[in-house]
Design a binder for this molecule. Structure first.
Ligand SMILES: [Zn+2]
Length: 304
């Protein structure tokens, strides 16, 4: 393994304040970086204005600071990165793999969400999305070893299909923006929620199409660790969408302790009466990523 510096990141979308699940992600990426004496960057993924909540960025940053999760360097705002995304689109255009698609939602839905490539050979049209062509079934297999989830495999052709890199409404897709920014910030380790596990092969493919890793196989360039999702007793993912409990202010130590417990770091009970700094100091020293299981559910009746 190359002995390059560890650079991790937390990349929230400003769609609401942090809840328990997003605190777990922030904390895990922070601890993994600090345990490895690495940098920890924060990027605000504000490229989808219709989904954003005014003031959410401010709330998230305040919550990170009150929980002692201090980041390195400048914040990166995706809303200020359109020049970089457009450059990447131009680079993709030169590969001949981009095409415009004006298929409507209903047609895509009829395909089960897996695009069939029908617009590949059409002339470029206006008022259309831009899709990136994926390899055929024989060559579309992408495999990587996740540090928590283990080996993960997806066939881009059969499981995803040609995917959108620029939306019909002109907005850049999450997949493209995150790939460009991870490269720009020199990210070496990505610790994030398992809801993004099935996005990772698309991002690895984009890294390949954008020639980000000349000397290595794409699967070795960035290390991925996907955290099991916090689910309630009914197996529903806890998120802002289904009203996961907000983090109570004034209870930062407790929230962090429960997040550590959730991450199976076995925090001693007496840390609950300590300061945020003391708790985090213990957590950095004693961090074991390997303790995190690939799957977990809350005991019945426990709502975090
Ligand atoms: Zn189409």
């Amino acid at each position: 393994m190359a002995s390059s510096a560890y650079i991790g990141r937390f990349a929230p979308s400003p769609t609401g304040p942090l809840h328990f699940g997003s605190l777990v992600c922030a904390l895990a990426s922070f601890l993994d970086a600090r345990h490895h004496h690495g940098q920890w960057l924060v990027r605000i993924e504000d490229i989808d204005p219709p989904r954003e909540i005014p003031g959410a960025t401010h709330s998230i940053l305040n919550q990170l600071e009150s929980h002692g999760l201090h980041w390195d360097g400048e914040l990166l705002y995706q809303s200020q990165r359109s020049h970089a995304y457009n450059e990447a689109l131009e680079q993709l255009q030169q590969t001949g793999l981009l095409f415009s698609c004006d298929c409507n939602r209903q047609r895509i839905a009829e395909l089960g969400g897996i695009y069939d490539g029908c617009c590949r050979t059409r002339q470029s049209v206006t008022d259309a999305a831009l899709r990136l062509q994926v390899p055929d079934a024989q060559n579309g297999r992408i495999v990587f070893d996740d540090l928590i989830m283990g080996r993960y495999e997806q066939n881009l052709c059969c499981d995803v299909g040609d995917f959108v890199v620029k939306r019909r409404d002109g907005l850049i897709s999450y997949q493209l923006a995150v790939t460009v920014d991870d490269q720009f910030q020199g990210i070496s380790h990505i610790v994030r929620g398992a809801d993004l596990l099935d996005s990772t092969p698309r991002q690895l493919y984009l890294q390949h199409c954008l020639s980000y890793h000349h000397s290595q196989s794409v699967t070795e360039a960035i290390h991925y660790a996907h955290l099991p999702l916090a689910t309630n007793a009914e197996g529903q993912k806890l998120s802002k969408q289904n009203h996961a409990a907000a983090l109570p202010s004034g209870s930062e130590v407790d929230s962090l302790w429960f997040a550590l417990d959730w991450l199976r770091q076995a925090p001693p009970e007496d840390l609950r009466s300590e300061s945020v700094a003391t708790l985090l100091g213990w957590a950095i020293d004693n961090w074991v990523l390997g303790n995190i299981p690939a799957q977990m559910a809350l005991p019945a009746g426990q709502d975090v």
